[in-house]
Write a protein that binds this ligand. Structure first.
Ligand code: ADP
Ligand code: UVW
Ligand code: MG
Length: 400
């Protein structure tokens, strides 16, 4: 069975084509700078063959036309005909309170996703554009939606409500939803397999630390709290997002700097976080370089970044009543060993003891990086949201 996984963002469409029989990737890549000058498609085939195609790619439909074209192209293709594709699985960001699991997409599902546009104006329109493009280009193929928010629908009201008038929840759906659920679900399950823990009995803290970052407390297979909220700007400090901030700062700056809602949103989503403090970059690799060159703002940015993760781990240990494992994933969580070390240091009193040497040598692979006597295991599990989406898609279309 062959499944195409699509992640349609506002200016990019990423894809992976899976052969689920062998769990291998036949081809992958993405369209970038969608709708802008200089848009291009980058494609890599399983055998390493690579190609970059430049073109005027203005809409999601034309991006997907390019992708389908390269997948069956004579020279760089991964399959002979589009008929080989059995289903398409989409990463969908916001399912609001309407979806607590992955679903087969039909007209009713589409209209529910449309209803969520109001609370997710940045994410849901490009997701819907992707679904509609496939409807147009591959009219009879089943499509499955896998929501970032679904895994967190198990949170209870005391964890998801904001302490603002209750009527605003009823009127607009203002509450915490949480994101990266597909990744938190994947790495938590995988960590239990890896450690030999029973998922339905485990207490876990999953740290998805990439460009966007969030942390989740999982009890008996259910998300009970997570750091992202109504939008993906709450919680941890991120590459370009502020994370938690006093609402008073927002209104003060909107007043003093005469910011409209869009400029304020850009400030906290795109110009803040590691980039905002360091003035260097949102990428940890650039930050490390700047720190080595003696840049004090870069040093401060990294310290703030690590401190915030540590604070969240502490609070989640409290709400879970301890933990069996802390799991690191995402570009930073998988690769930046110094951040794992800083976050887990001086926590022996809590039963957390990191093995510095093993940790320092662990990059992008599954590994236990705690000492053998650490009560709480510290593990690195590379995330695979696309495989999770492909797996859900296969299960759903097989059932239906
Ligand atoms: N070798 C590395 N060392 C330190 N940080 C890294 C390394 N590789 C990637 N990163 C960090 O991971 C980030 C990307 O994380 P990723 O999870 O791939 O992001 P996205 O949210 O775009 O999926 C980069 O911006 C960078 O900060
Ligand atoms: C929802 C979200 O924050 O996603 P990402 O980390 O991919 O930006
Ligand atoms: Mg990501």
């Amino acid at each position: 069975m062959k499944i195409l996984v699509l992640n349609c963002g506002s200016s990019s469409v990423k894809y992976k084509l899976f052969d689920m029989t062998t769990k291998t990737i036949l081809g992958q890549g993405g369209v970038e700078k969608l709708g802008m000058r200089g848009s291009f498609l980058r494609h890599t085939r399983a055998d390493g063959d690579r190609v970059t195609l430049e073109g005027e790619i203005l809409t999601h439909q034309s991006a997907i036309e390019y992708i389908l074209g390269v997948l069956i192209s004579q020279k760089h293709g991964a399959i002979r005909s589009l008929e080989e594709i059995d289903a398409v699985g989409h990463r969908l960001v916001h399912g609001g309170e309407k979806f607590n699991s992955s679903v087969l997409i039909d007209d009713e599902v589409i209209s529910k996703i449309e209803e969520c546009i109001e609370i997710a104006p940045l994410h849901n329109p490009p997701n819907l554009a992707g679904i509609n493009a496939i409807k147009e280009l591959l009219p009879n193929i089943p499509q499955v939606g896998v929501f970032d928010t679904a895994f967190h629908q198990t949170m209870e009201p005391h964890a998801y409500m904001y302490a603002i008038p209750y009527s605003l929840y009823t009127k607009y759906g203002i509450r915490r939803y949480g994101f990266h659920g597909t990744s938190h679900r994947y790495v938590s399950k995988r960590a239990c397999e890896f450690l030999g823990l029973e998922y339905e009995k485990a207490k876990l803290i999953t740290c998805h630390i990439g460009n966007g970052a969030s942390i989740t407390a999982i009890k008996e297979g259910k998300s009970i709290d997570t750091s992202m909220g109504f939008t993906p700007v709450e919680g941890l400090m991120m590459g370009t997002r502020s994370g938690d901030i006093d609402a008073g700062v927002v209104t003060f700056l909107m007043d003093k700097e005469v910011l409209g809602t869009e400029s304020a949103s850009t400030l906290f989503n795109k110009h803040s976080g590691v980039l905002g403090i360091s003035g260097v970059s949102s990428d940890m690799r650039d930050l490390d370089k700047a720190i080595a060159e003696g840049n004090d703002h870069a040093k401060l940015a990294l310290k703030m970044y690590q401190y915030r993760i540590k604070k969240y781990i502490g609070s989640y240990l409290a709400v879970l009543g301890g933990a069996d494992a802390i799991i690191f994933t995402g570009g930073v969580g998988e690769n930046q060993s110094a951040t794992r070390e800083a976050v887990c240091s001086d926590m022996e009193w809590l039963g957390i003891s990191i093995d510095s040497a093993t940790n320092a040598n662990t990059h992008g692979i599954e590994a236990i990086v705690s000492t053998p006597n650490s009560k709480i295991k510290i593990v690195v599990i590379p995330t695979d949201e696309e495989l999770m989406i492909a797996t859900d898609t296969m299960q759903i279309i097989t059932k239906s």
